[in-house]
Write a protein that binds this ligand. Structure first.
Ligand code: G
Ligand code: G
Ligand code: MN
Ligand code: NA
Length: 259
């Protein structure tokens, strides 16, 4: 594959960049943080999204140095937002971890090094791991995440509700946030909302809050969805209704979003 061949040089050439999509607190519409989403400005093909190169990076092992770069850059950015007082509360940043980063022996050391060098408070960092990456993980495999959680890093379960996990396993995971997959948000489009989806979201929110987990909803595209999800008790929302992923400067103007 032509993209696979130029992937390693792309990192050295500085062809990757990060867009940020805000995370908004549903009850008052304030910006609480942003998810870092990596892009590749390819000299021939233009801007490529993660779906076009993350699987390649994963299968070639480049995901580890690339992921380290994303983490470093996102932490530096979050530290800068904090110094500038970009949003009302303490600004946080979410970074996605792929399965091979999760299994890599230097994950904890790399993360600690990034927090040290950026001066970012551990509680300002949220690492997103997919539900499927953790299914079947034993205590040994979960230890790195538990160590990071013990340091104060927030761990979020991404795409929650799409896997086939036993819900009781949630108690064993060192996670503090569930990111509800956007398939659930779709049922909130109409007024009244889809009654089955309402029941499912209600159940998940109730379970999450019982376990002291916060709930973030993805893919919020309309005010109707935001309102339904707020009433259902979801804590945080992300989606095109608030903002598409964009350059870091955009976060400055977003505190004015009227949710
Ligand atoms: O950016 P976009 O909205 O197209 O994101 C598509 C997918 O790519 C998401 O599932 C997201 O989790 C993943 N993704 C985005 N940035 C990163 C990254 O830095 N590392 C990893 N592992 N996945 C990412
Ligand atoms: O990590 P994760 O798979 O959740 O990455 C988020 C993905 O969802 C990115 O590809 C991002 O561009 C996309 N996305 C973000 N907001 C919306 C939205 O409101 N609607 C839809 N359809 N996709 C979204
Ligand atoms: Mn994510
Ligand atoms: Na997701």
């Amino acid at each position: 594959h032509d993209l696979t061949n130029c992937l390693p040089a792309a990192l050295d050439n500085g062809e990757f960049f990060i867009e940020y999509q805000p995370l908004v607190r549903l009850h008052d519409g304030t910006v609480r943080g942003a998810e870092a989403l990596v892009r590749w400005l390819h000299p021939v093909h233009g801007v490529l999204g993660p779906d076009q190169f993350i699987p390649l990076a994963e299968s070639t092992g480049l995901i580890v140095p690339l992921g380290r770069w994303v983490l470093q850059e996102a932490a530096r950015q979050a530290r800068a937002w904090r110094a500038e007082g970009t949003c009302e509360g303490p600004m946080r940043v979410n970074v996605n971890l792929s399965p091979s980063q999760l299994r890599h022996p230097s994950l904890v050391a790399d993360t600690v090094a990034v927090l040290d060098s950026s001066g970012l408070d551990p509680s300002a960092l949220c690492l997103e791991v997919t539900e499927n990456a953790l299914i079947g993980a034993d205590e040994e495999e979960l230890r790195p995440l538990r160590q990071l959680a013990d340091l104060g890093v927030d761990i979020a379960l991404d795409d929650f509700g799409t896997g086939y996990s036993n819900l009781s396993y949630l108690r064993r995971l060192p996670v503090s946030t569930l990111k509800l997959d956007r398939s659930f948000t779709r049922g909130m489009q109409c007024a009244p909302a889809d009654p089955v989806d309402v029941k499912i979201v209600e159940g998940i929110v109730s379970l999450a809050h019982t376990l002291d987990l916060s709930v973030t909803v993805e893919g919020v595209e309309t005010g109707t969805q935001a309102e339904h999800l707020r009433i259902l008790g979801c804590d945080t929302a992300q989606g095109w209704y608030y903002a598409r992923p964009g350059p870091p400067e955009r976060l400055h103007t977003l505190s004015l979003v009227d949710a």
